[in-house]
Design a protein around this ligand. Sequence first.
Ligand code: CMP
Length: 141
Amino acid sequence: MKERTLAILKPDCIEAKVTGKVIDEILAAGFDIIAMKMVKMDAKTAGEFYRVHKDKPFYRDLVAFMSSGRCIPMVLEKENAVEDFRKLIGATDPAEAEEGTIRKKYATSKQNNIVHGSDSPENARLEISFFFSEAELVQNG
Ligand code: CMP
């Protein structure tokens, strides 16, 4: 059965002008992009998105980073989308990410790691609804 996940191309991805390359990899891996937009989050919005990490030592810097520039949230659809997308992007820390993964190729640090991917189908649903209404999820046919 098809599943959805939320991806976010982070400010470092846009800054490094590798947006097109990363989107190409996502499409080549068989994901269908059913929604996509560009946003500039303020600190309050970024803080809310990452509220599960609010007690972590990296939270303040993460919020500052995610609100430092434009982001591209997108909804991806495919069988096993959540797990497959996390495999495609690799470990949070690019130093630990497998060869060939998006973070291994483009990320520069644990924080500036190019892309976010939901970590469970349940969180995917919550994260998708954070950025998109049902009407914005566009499918062919
Ligand atoms: P993401 O997959 O978007 O989920 C939470 C984000 O917090 C993560 O990617 C990184 O950008 C950031 N992050 C997670 N762990 C650390 C860490 N140890 N140090 C700095 N940033 C982190």
